[in-house]
Design a protein around this ligand. Structure first.
Ligand SMILES: Cc1cc2nc3c(=O)[nH]c(=O)nc-3n(C[C@H](O)[C@H](O)[C@H](O)COP(=O)(O)OP(=O)(O)OC[C@H]3O[C@@H](n4cnc5c(N)ncnc54)[C@H](O)[C@@H]3O)c2cc1C
Length: 291
């Protein structure tokens, strides 16, 4: 039986991820409203169908065989500027654009977002951060649809965020909206422009990647450890350690998920051997059959 909502069969996930890697999704559907998200999650729950919530695919490595379930592409993309320097934004909104728009309005708190090719929902889920700031800092509330389709609002105080971690990583629903409290500052726009300039100079922007592949171990920079291990430019199949920023693994054109994982395993093993430090993956690896 066909699902009772618009969907695509066998959509190639390489088309919706910044790595440009991933086989077909059994079912793929886009949602633009909270109600649609509720309907799809309830449907999947009642059908016992595995679900993956996709934002902008900038931290996701899908299996070469694809995903044997429903991929829900979150495109809930409103943005409301409210009184008192507050904003209410849909989880599918472009996080980088939000960083630019808020800075242009002389609002401070999300300057670091500019240049992070994420959705707001993905940034909250990963507690994305840069330049000493994390997404959770300016966040006040999160709107969330549970796996059974119920809409809830969480205050930040109820949520234990830490480095690249949010409690949503242990939950099965979808972030659908976020509220941020910003502050007025004439420094916001110059700071945001400086951040973008630094990023484009030090990171491989036009390349297919998922940003930093490894988490920074306490007291270390993963990129510096990889560089000191002599791995810049190291290649396996179509996957390469970026010659510009060693914590970026890039798809030079033909990389498979297998190539990226083999290269990541090699990097991990070499850094352990040469620097004595364990590296852990920051990117999300999604199996064909979800566990
Ligand atoms: C060039 C480049 C630069 C980057 N720079 C940074 C950086 O400076 N700092 C940083 O922290 N990261 C960086 N990243 C990594 C990435 O952008 C972040 O991890 C980002 O938060 C991922 O957001 P996304 O919407 O693309 O998530 P996706 O890749 O779509 O999803 C990632 C995870 O979040 C979950 N998810 C996404 N949306 C939702 C939702 N609405 N509800 C529930 N779960 C959801 C997915 O299921 C998945 O598990 C960079 C990536 C690239 C390619």
């Amino acid at each position: 039986m066909q699902p009772p909502f618009p969907h695509q069969l066998d959509k190639r996930l390489s088309e919706v991820t910044t790595f440009g890697i991933g086989g077909p999704a059994r079912l793929f559907a886009e949602v633009t409203t909270v109600e649609q998200m509720q309907e799809l999650l309830l449907y999947a729950h009642t059908q016992n169908l595995p679900v993956f919530i996709l934002g902008k695919g900038s931290n996701s490595l899908f299996d070469d065989r694809g995903f044997d379930g429903l991929v829900i592409h979150n495109k809930i993309a409103f943005c409301h500027f409210l009184d008192g320097h507050k904003i209410h934004v849909g989880a599918g909104y472009n996080f980088s654009l939000l960083g630019v728009q808020t800075a242009r309005k002389h609002l401070s708190g999300l300057e670091f977002a500019s240049g992070i090719p994420a959705s707001v929902g993905g940034a909250v889920f990963m507690n994305a951060g840069a330049n000493g700031t994390e997404t959770c800092q300016a966040l006040t509330h999160v709107e969330y649809v549970t796996e059974k389709g119920e809409l809830k609002t969480f205050a930040k105080e109820e949520l234990a965020f830490s480095y690249r971690h949010s409690p949503f990583q242990e939950m099965k629903g979808a972030i659908v909206g976020a509220h941020f409290q910003l502050s007025e500052s004439r420094e916001a726009r110059p700071k945001q422009l400086q951040i973008v300039e630094y990023r484009t100079r030090t990171q491989p922007y036009g390349e297919k990647s998922a940003g930093c592949v490894f988490r920074n171990p306490t007291g270390h920079s993963a990129g510096a450890l990889i560089e000191k291990s002599g791995l810049k430019g190291h290649t396996i199949g179509g996957a390469q350690v970026s010659p510009l920023h060693a914590n970026f693994l890039i798809n030079t054109g033909t990389a498979t998920a297998g190539d990226i994982l083999a290269l990541a395993a090699h990097v991990k093993q070499q850094v352990k051997e040469k620097m004595g430090v364990d590296l852990d993956l920051e990117i999300r690896c999604i199996n064909y059959v979800p566990s």
